[in-house]
Design a binder for this molecule. Structure first.
Ligand code: HEM
Length: 631
């Protein structure tokens, strides 16, 4: 069967070459890497994990410029050279193992094709808002589409004498490894079945160009894997070794990353019962997904009569299947309308679709305002579509629930009536999911085995020992090396030196925060497990006089009112008394702990004797049953 393949390659937008380094990288090992300062950083300064603003991404069109392509780095970017880099090919059943130089790669047949890369954690922040997973927050920008050029993997393997016909029966895997010594838990490696690698229809590439230019360091210079239709986590960057074996990769990262475990399995259970090694939970093919990029979060759309708004977004799918339609609902899923799909995406000569599809829908602004939400969902050629609700899983992977915006009417500063747009969980801002308003989403844990989730909800408020020494910021600043590293988080000081070598984010990520307040960087990334690990390293309390620090919340609550507050009225005396308080502030104290600040009815008042009594917070008349000591 002949497919209507593209007669020409898609046009590539003018390349963006960031000409200097970003100030964020100044004191990191990546200080030599050129990056776009507009990229949204997701894991503090280092390692670099970043996504573009999704509106800007889609504005670039079908092909994403390399500098705007999302980046997922587990550690420092290796400094490799074209001249000296080598890729070795060896292993079971390889008749002529060989080490290829980069120039040798160029002498082999080449192929160029557009391929969409997606991090399996795309849209993870929505998952984390429900309940923190082990992974850090991604918005909806962990997706990009570029032209990739390289040697088809089957060609490279055939160069080494490997031929599917001559292999004895058995199971065979192709393992890909990055450079040795790259990460604390060893080499970042993974594997795919050899039959996939040898199938020309799968278009697996050993790629050395993105959008006709050499790879950028963040994208794997000088060479990386491209496995169309697969999740980004299998496309090893800085490729150094290809090995054939009877077993899948033994890399730590192959087992402990890129899996979707059932929602009833939390991290403790996964570790205890070694769910990481159950082969059925591995993710390879991308799932069907879509998101709205226009309007953006906090966009204000003027309510003009006869005005129209162009809703835009992207959609993608795995396994070479095609997204054949996207639908938008303006009434929270009661009815759906078809959007206009982009026309740039063509099948390969084997009938595979490896690229995303951009789409748009022009909508009357007054109609847009009459509903309170905008949702999108995609459909693939098997007539599968996206679910309404997300399914929590411990790694927070593959969230593909309907992408839902909420809208509200208000007057802007010029007294103009505008439609205010809220995304579900944007990076760097509170979305409607975090504000807890409106559109319902199924609380994960109401599925099978839900009861197990209840205790997972929050990070326990730690009891702080009163005998802990006060540590000044000057003292803290003395401990900032690989052999003596202290950090402060939320006003508490930790000596994390013994943990450095085990840290999944690398030694450098912690040491560059050594001697400093690391609250922001720590909070941005870590799971409940990491928060609990901290206790083991607690050595003191950052003295309140230290400039630039706030006193720890747990301290404020453990020892009663500090001596500096003058004696005042006691607002709450005796058991069972109730006080009506006004909500002053909402703030995230930890990834999944919301701190609410209330005003006592009288300005100059204390809550009362703290002793051992518990205080119950009743929100809008409903007692939450949570206990805490008065602060
Ligand atoms: C403030 C300094 C720190 C920074 C900047 C930092 C950075 C990171 C990063 C970037 C990752 C993600 C690695 C990846 O998946 O690529 C990570 C993961 C992790 N880090 Fe840290 N880290 C810091 C301190 C700590 C400390 C003090 C602990 C424990 C005592 C810790 C425990 C963990 C754990 C357990 C993970 C795995 C993911 C999770 O369970 O949250 N980190 N860290």
């Amino acid at each position: 069967m002949a497919f209507n393949t593209s007669p020409v390659l898609p046009t590539v937008p003018p390349p963006i070459h960031p000409s200097f380094t970003d100030a964020h990288d100044e004191d990191t090992v990546d200080k030599w890497v050129h990056r776009l300062p507009d990229m949204i950083r997701l894991t503090g300064r280092h390692p670099f994990n970043a996504e573009p603003d999704t509106k800007a991404l889609v504005n670039q069109g079908f092909i994403t410029p390399a500098a705007m392509h999302y980046v997922r780095n587990h550690g420092p970017v290796p400094q490799l050279s074209w001249e000296s880099h080598r890729i070795t090919v060896s292993g079971v059943g390889v008749p002529q193992p060989h080490t290829f130089s980069m120039d040798e790669l160029l002498s082999l047949p080449q192929r160029t094709l557009p391929v969409t890369l997606v991090c399996a954690g795309n849209r993870r922040k929505e998952v984390n808002v429900h309940r923190k997973s082990k992974g850090f927050n991604w918005g909806a920008g962990a997706v990009s589409n570029s032209l990739w050029t390289g040697v088809p993997l089957h060609v490279l393997l055939e160069q080494c004498g490997l031929n599917a016909r001559d292999l004895p029966p058995g199971s065979y895997w192709v393992n890909f490894d990055g450079p040795d010594g790259e990460l604390p838990k060893g080499v970042y490696g993974t594997s795919i079945p050899l039959r996939k690698a040898l199938d020309p229809a799968q278009d697996v590439l050993v790629a050395h160009k993105q959008n006709h230019e050499p790879l950028m360091p963040d994208h794997g210079f000088p060479v990386r894997m491209i496995i169309p239709g697969y999740i980004g986590g299998r496309m090893i960057k800085w490729l150094t070794r290809i090995t054939i074996s009877h077993e899948p990769s033994q890399s730590f990262y192959h087992y402990h990353d890129n899996r979707v475990l059932p929602s009833s399995v939390d991290q403790e259970r996964a570790d205890r019962e070694d769910w990481w090694r159950k082969p059925e939970y591995i993710i390879n093919d991308l799932n069907l997904n879509s998101a709205i990029t226009h309007p953006s979060h906090n966009e204000e759309i003027p309510l003009l009569e006869n005005g129209t708004y162009k809703i835009q977004g992207y959609a993608y799918c795995g396994g070479g299947r095609r997204v054949h339609r996207v639908e938008v609902s303006l009434d929270d899923g009661q009815s759906w309308e078809l959007v206009e799909m982009s026309k740039e995406e063509y099948p390969t000569e084997h009938g595979r679709f490896w690229s995303w599809r951009l789409w748009h829908l022009d909508v009357d602004v007054l109609r847009l305002a009459s509903g309170k939400s905008v949702a999108c969902r995609a459909w693939d050629d098997s007539q599968n579509t996206q679910p309404r609700d997300l399914t929590w899983n411990v790694l927070g992977m593959m969230n593909n629930s309907w992408f839902r915006l909420k809208t509200s009417l208000h007057r802007n500063t010029q007294q103009q009536l505008v439609l205010h747009v809220h995304h579900p969980a944007p990076i760097g801002s509170l979305g409607w999911m975090e504000k807890g308003t409106g559109v319902t989403a199924m609380a994960p844990g109401k599925e099978q085995g839900g009861a197990q989730h209840v205790e997972e909800k929050s990070i326990p408020v730690r009891e702080i020992r009163k005998d802990l020494p006060a540590i000044s910021s000057t003292e803290l600043a003395r401990h900032k090396s690989r052999t003596d590293c202290w950090i402060a988080i939320k006003g508490l000081v930790y000596n994390v030196t013994p943990y450095l070598k085990e840290h999944p984010g690398g030694v450098g990520a912690i040491v560059m925060n050594g001697g400093k307040d690391a609250t922001e960087d720590f909070e941005a990334i870590h799971s409940r497990t990491a928060w609990r690990m901290l206790d083991k390293y607690l050595v003191g309390v950052l003295s309140p006089s230290s400039p630039g620090t706030s006193s720890p919340p747990s301290l404020r609550t453990s020892g009663g009112a500090p001596a500096s507050i003058p004696a005042a009225k006691v607002a709450l005396q005796g058991k069972g008394k109730k006080l009506k308080c006004k909500l002053l502030e909402k703030e995230y104290a930890a990834p999944d702990v919301l701190r609410l600040k209330f005003a006592l009815p009288h300005g100059n008042a204390t809550l009362g004797e703290t002793g051992d009594e518990a205080v119950h917070a009743c929100l809008q008349g409903r007692c939450q049953g949570s206990r805490g000591t008065p602060g």
